[in-house]
Ligand binder design. Structure first.
Ligand code: GLN
Length: 548
């Protein structure tokens, strides 16, 4: 039987509940337990797939093609495991299930209500992964902030489960903020007291309080929080701001968050945490031997979370290369033929990001052209790959008006076109080409060298595709399809063999990059950027030599 840890949040959003949950999971996993994490989101969308990145950050796609909350990305990156649709549940999904059942007549003339019908469905899903027998511990993160109207049924479900399950089967961890008031030169506990009070009013009492804070918590303060919030002093945990999210598991270990949970759950069989690989990664991350600057060409740059998995993949791949990766955000809407050289000056590599719609597309195409012509390492992901194809069609194949039918439905040369099966689809939610697909690699290609494998599998999230009618023209002109889906022959990878590093992929390699197993494409892209940087510096110094 599984044990259940619930993580709630108070005072404000964005405290890093997902990171705390993932860190706790990492520690329990390092102690030899089988752990998974799930996220319950109180919003009414059935999944975040239809949300604009500005609303909720990146949409993370799992192996089984679920469009999920970006916290699932943290879970996978920390734990090096796959999650699935079962790991992300929204209010919309809960209601959809209950309403469908009601239409089928499953409630036999009863009035369908939030309690017990909605809460029963929430509880069923909270217990589901635990009942597979695959996990010793299931951590459930409740999205939102305690006191929100939307999160009430979820907190109520936790209350009921605490009552139904044996005392030693559940733990509630509450994450709050202890703000520092500069004028008073003091850390303030009142918001935490209020948020615990609110949670208690809803019937759930936390066993552990994790306090986000800018300054260390003194023993006096811990005592005060413990006393007023009715938790033991040792269960008041300090979560100080960390230089990187990857330090948080170690910080939580020092605070004994894992041990306090294990004690409450009456789990007695565990080992000392095995974190060798994790610590090696941190060492490399903290003491890089070189540095590169990568341009991230996108249009959702105002929001840090919009390209979360890409940014994290750079951290993993940078550490692997013992290289600090500095990201320079370049807004694609503002790139023109006239300013591209200036905008991309100083870069050692260019990543053109995924995206939807026509905004910023021409800037992306201009940036690709610059990278192609200047031998600058180029990596295109999804829309980024499509932009590389369009650029090549326009400037090398001479198809001046080539485009994707996503942006120009009437283009004479639709080098990127809607897949046949997509043409019939009108509904937007969950209807893209989603999840993991196989890809065969061409022996001798860059992709083949990078992966060291003939067949790979990567995750997708798109509707448009390379138009195979143009493939021969492209290959004759030097852009090859080095990866194809075995069943459908869809082009998944394009590359330019004559360029030092130019690769575009239709899939999202960033979704499978983890601390312990960084994505091969990112590792090799950083390697190419390092080489570009070294060659640039040696060219400069030999030039300086001539001048002397
Ligand atoms: N908009 C493009 C498509 O749907 C690319 C999607 C993406 O970059 N994820 O094909």
């Amino acid at each position: 039987m599984s044990k259940y840890i619930f993580v709630t949040g108070g005072v404000t959003s964005s405290l890093g509940k997902g990171i705390i949950a993932a860190s706790l999971a990492k520690l329990l996993q390092a102690r030899g337990l089988r752990v998974t994490i799930q996220k319950f989101d109180p919003y009414i969308n059935v999944d975040p797939g239809t949300l604009n990145p500005y609303e909720h950050g990146e949409c993370y796609v799992t192996e089984d093609g679920a469009e999920t909350d970006l916290d699932l990305g943290h879970y996978e990156r920390f734990l090096n495991i796959f999650t699935s649709q079962a790991n992300n549940v929204t209010t919309g999904r809960i209601y959809q299930t209950v309403i469908n059942k009601e239409r089928e007549g499953a409630y036999l003339g009863k009035t369908v209500q939030v309690v017990p019908h909605i809460t029963d469905e929430i509880k069923r899903r909270m217990l589901q992964l635990g009942q597979t027998g695959d996990f010793d511990v299931v951590i459930t993160e409740i999205g939102g902030t305690v006191g929100d109207i939307e999160s009430l049924p979820f907190v109520e479900a936790v209350r009921q489960l605490q009552w139904e399950l044996p005392e030693e089967d559940t733990v509630v961890v509450h994450l709050t903020l202890i703000p520092y008031l500069k004028a008073a030169k003091e850390l303030k506990t009142k918001p935490t007291q209020h948020s615990v009070k609110m949670l208690s009013q809803e019937g759930v009492h936390p066993d552990i309080i994790v306090c986000r804070t800018e300054k260390p918590l003194t023993p006096d303060l811990r005592r005060k929080i413990g006393l007023f919030c009715n938790v033991k002093q040792e269960a008041v945990i300090e979560a100080a701001d960390a230089p990187t999210i990857y330090e948080v598991p170690l910080a939580m270990m020092r605070e004994k968050l894992d041990l306090i949970c294990l004690k409450k759950l009456n789990i007695t069989e565990y080992k000392e945490p095995e974190l060798t690989k994790w610590k090696e990664f941190l060492d490399k991350l903290n003491y890089p031997k070189s540095k590169v600057t990568i341009g991230l060409i996108g249009k959702y740059l105002e929001l840090q979370d919009a390209y979360k998995s890409i940014l994290e993949s750079f951290i993993h791949a940078g550490a692997m290369n013992e290289c600090q990766v500095q990201i320079m955000n370049v807004h694609s809407e503002f790139i023109t033929e006239d300013n591209v050289a200036e905008k991309l000056d100083g870069l050692d590599g260019l990543l053109v990001a995924p995206g939807f719609g026509h905004r910023g597309v021409e800037g992306k195409i201009t940036a690709v052209k610059y990278a192609r012509e200047h031998g600058l390492p180029f990596f295109g992901i999804c829309l980024g790959m499509q932009m590389a194809v369009i650029e090549y069609a326009r400037n090398i194949l001479g198809l001046k008006d080539a485009h994707s039918t996503e942006m120009d439905p009437n283009t004479p040369d639709p080098v990127i076109d809607l897949m046949d099966e997509q043409k019939k689809i009108t509904a937007k939610g969950g209807t893209m080409r989603l999840g993991s697909y196989a890809c065969d690699l061409k022996p001798g290609s860059l992709a083949y060298k990078i992966y060291g494998n003939e067949t790979i599998s990567e995750r997708h999230r798109h509707r448009w595709e390379f138009n195979n009618k143009y493939l021969e023209q492209f290959e004759n002109a030097g852009m090859i399809a080095s990866g194809k889906n075995p069943g459908s022959n869809l082009v998944e990878i394009v590359e330019l063999p004559d360029h030092p590093f130019f690769i575009g992929v239709q899939y999202h390699p960033e979704l499978k990059s983890t601390v312990e197993s960084p994505a091969p494409l990112f590792i090799h892209f950083i390697e190419a950027a390092k080489k570009f940087n070294e060659e640039k510096s040696s060219a400069k110094s030999s030039h300086a030599g001539i001048l002397l």
